[in-house]
Each structure stands twice: as C-alpha cells, then as structure tokens.
Ligand binder design. Structure first.
Ligand code: ZN
Length: 429
C-alpha cells in the first residue's frame, strides 16, 4: 500500500536548460519501509526452512516486519485479513545474510581521488541475499567521515535494509561525531562498534599497544552501557606482525576476547593460523570473501571456512564478510597500487554456495553468514528463522542464487527479479 500523495511527488534530476532531459524519479521508496511492512500480512507457503538448523517444510506468516507464526500445518486464514501469499514450492529458505564489513559510502582512494569507489544502491545487497549491513570507513577517513557514513546508512534503512555502522576508520585517533568513540556508541543509535582500525599494514597509523587497548576498552564499555556489540573491528594488513598486538592486549589487560574482531585474516596463510589460535581464547574472527589467485599466499573465504570447520574450532567464532564497495588494491614493493578491484556483495552467497558444493551441509555452513555475526553484533532478532525474529529471509533456487529476498517483511526480490531499486539506481539493470 503506497501513499498516493507520496507517489505523485516527483523530483527531477539532470541539468535544466541543457539538451539533456531531466530524469524523473518517482518518490515511492517509502513502499519498502515501515509503512508496507506494518500494513501487509505475507504468507510464505512450502518453504524448506534452514533456521539455520533444518526444520523441514514449513509455512510462515509475516507481519509488522517480523515472523508472526511458523508451522508445518496451515489452517485457512480469514479472508478479511487479505493476506498476500507466495508459494515457495519447496525452495530452501535461509535467514537473510548479515554483512558486517561494507563500505557503504564506497571505499578506496588509495591511488588518487578518482579511485574513490561510489556508493552502491540497495539492490546490490538484496540481489545478493544480504538484508543487514554494517557500514564502515577504511583508508580514506579524511575525505569521507562518520557524517557521510551515517547518512548513507540511514538512506539504506529508508529503502528497507537493516543498516548499522562502526565509528572511526583505519586511523588513530579515530574520526568521531561526538568527540569520542565512546560517546558515538552511547549516543548514536546506529553506531555499534569501532572500525575498521588498521594494524599490521603500511596504510595504518601504526597504533601502539596502549592506543589499541584504549580503543578496545572504549568499545567494550560502550557495549556494556548500551547492549550494543561494542566490538573493535580490526583491519589486518599483510604485515608480518599479524595479530601480535591483539595477543599482547589480551595478555596485558582485562579486556574480554569477544571485543576484538579481526578481519581479512585469510589474506595470508600464516595470519589465518594465528587467527585460528585466537579463537580458542574467545575471539571471533572474520574472513573476507575477496578473490584469491592461483599460487597466492592466501586462502579464499571458502577454503578458509572449510579449514576452520574441519579444525574442530568453536563453530560460532567465525564470520564471513564481503568488503563490498571497498577497493581491493594490489601494491608493489614500493607501496604503489599496481592493480585495483572492488569488493562485491555477491561474494558472500558465492562463498556459501562453494562451501556447500564442497560437501558442507547447508546448516553447518550458514551460521558464519547469519547466526554468528548476529550473536557477535548483539542483533537479537537477526540471523535465524523463528517466531519473533525479523522477517529477513532468502529463498534459494536450485543453483543457490537468491530467488526471493524479503527484508523486514517486504519483498525486495521475487523470482530473481529486483522489485525495489534505490532512489538513484538504474531500474533497467
Ligand atoms: Zn579492510
């Protein structure tokens, strides 16, 4: 149900007075927001539910952005409820993926201003089965800042995604909105942790142990005060110091290991071994689903996840993220960029499918993309399928692609086709 008055409003873009016609955009983005979710009841029939644990064939009633009911037997519903029905015909239904490392504003900037990556629209996430993102800043936390990041996160929310952010960026002292990272986390609802703070990287500000411990303490205390994640999300570079600072911080302070969430730990095989050892002490580590070339001293996210699951380590202490929107530069020995790529949201679902294709049951592979990040980030209604959970759901086709995607009870992808594009996305793509 779309407010007719809202639909009738249009804005014009383009250069007035030139020969280029202005592009008219319907201002109907609100259809994807709270209004539609609260007004409509949606019945999903015949879903093969992986919650992540397999629950067999189920029917689900969605309303108010949540899962209201789920059961194997479906009674007739009163016609007066005017429930929209989608028959999933036995497709696998999984929780919406949670991507805890997204350059929502676009990252980059390492090789000049032209290498700043533009922001990506909501459909780049939804078509990839991602319904929750955590935005962050990386190398460029000067030309970009927390205001820009928060505005981008709030825009994604208006378009129907669940979106949060970390405060700060690569560098120390971190960029903040309120003057302190603790203040940002305590007073700004969408900010849930600090990151990505760079260590063991030539682009970092080479933080000392004391500086790192102070940041981790601020994240931890703000987490206690607010019930938010309160994590220090750490970018790991290629440097051979690896996770040494984290090990020292854990040895020399009272900080709980859960506060440290190192990412990109599969970028070097030795680093992955260090990270694996850290999980025994209580840290959760994050794999990045970036492309890995033949012969490279790195594990792909799929390789690393398989190794992790086979190692007997705590299954809940690993997450996978995409680095979407971040640039993926290759540096030469002098620190010059010689090649550039961009992280893609689709890499998460590709990784999940690869791990399943290599013999891991879906219910064992799924938690790293759903339940585990939800637990670490303290998102109580996310990461699982059950009554009371947010209605963030992905129906997979037989090839593992996102056939239907529902975010907060609103259908964003149906039969593999995007139903809601972002305000400035080209709907023909
Ligand atoms: Zn990074």
């Amino acid at each position: 149900m779309v407010d007719a008055e809202l639909c009738d409003r249009v804005i014009s873009c383009g250069s007035r007075g030139s020969h280029v016609l202005p592009r008219l955009i319907r201002l109907d983005a609100a259809v994807t927001g709270r209004h539609a979710a609260w007004m409509n009841l949606l019945l999903l029939r015949n879903a093969q539910v992986y919650a992540p644990e397999p629950l067999g064939l189920q029917h689900l009633l969605l309303g108010g952005g949540c899962i209201l009911w789920m059961g194997a037997q479906l009674a007739d519903l009163p016609a007066a409820l005017s429930v929209e029905t989608i028959d999933l015909q036995g497709r696998r239904l999984i929780p919406g993926l949670i991507d805890a490392h997204v350059h929502a504003t676009g990252g980059g900037g390492e090789a000049g201003f032209r290498t700043r990556v533009p922001p990506q629209g909501i459909s780049r996430f939804t078509r990839a089965g991602i319904t929750t993102v955590v935005g962050l800043l990386g190398t460029d936390d000067v030309a970009r800042g927390p205001r820009d990041l928060l505005a981008t996160v709030y825009a994604l929310r208006e378009e129907g995604l669940s979106a949060l952010a970390f405060t700060g960026g690569y560098h120390v002292p971190p960029q903040t909105l309120t003057g302190s990272v603790r203040g940002d986390l305590v007073f700004i609802e969408a900010l849930i942790g600090i990151g990505e703070v760079a260590i063991s990287d030539h682009r970092s500000s080479q933080p000392t142990l004391d500086e790192l411990m102070r940041l981790a303490a601020d994240a931890h205390v703000a987490g206690l005060m607010t019930g938010k994640a309160g994590v220090l999300h750490l970018h790991l570079g290629d440097g051979l110091r690896g996770l040494d600072l984290v090990r020292q911080a854990l040895e020399k302070s009272e900080l709980p290991p859960r506060v440290f969430h190192p990412t990109h730990v599969n970028r070097r095989k030795g680093l992955f071994d260090e990270a694996l050892a850290l999980t025994a002490g209580g840290c959760t580590i994050d794999l990045t689903a970036f492309p890995v070339e033949e012969g490279e001293d790195a594990w792909s996210a799929a390789d690393a996840l398989l190794r992790y699951l086979d190692s007997g380590a705590h299954a809940e202490r690993i997450t996978v993220s995409s680095d979407a929107g971040g640039c993926l530069p290759t540096f030469d020995a002098n620190g010059h960029v010689c090649k550039m790529g961009v992280g893609e949201s689709g890499a998460l679902l590709d990784t999940l499918n690869e791990v399943v294709a290599r013999g891991v049951p879906l219910e064992r592979a799924l938690p790293s993309f759903t339940q585990n990040p939800a637990r670490l980030l303290r998102l109580a209604a996310k990461g699982y399928i059950g009554v009371g959970a947010d209605a963030d759901l992905v129906a997979l086709d037989s090839a593992g692609a996102a056939h239907d995607v529902i975010a907060r009870g609103v259908v964003h992808v149906r039969d593999g086709r995007i139903k809601h594009h972002g305000m400035f996305e080209d709907a023909s793509t």
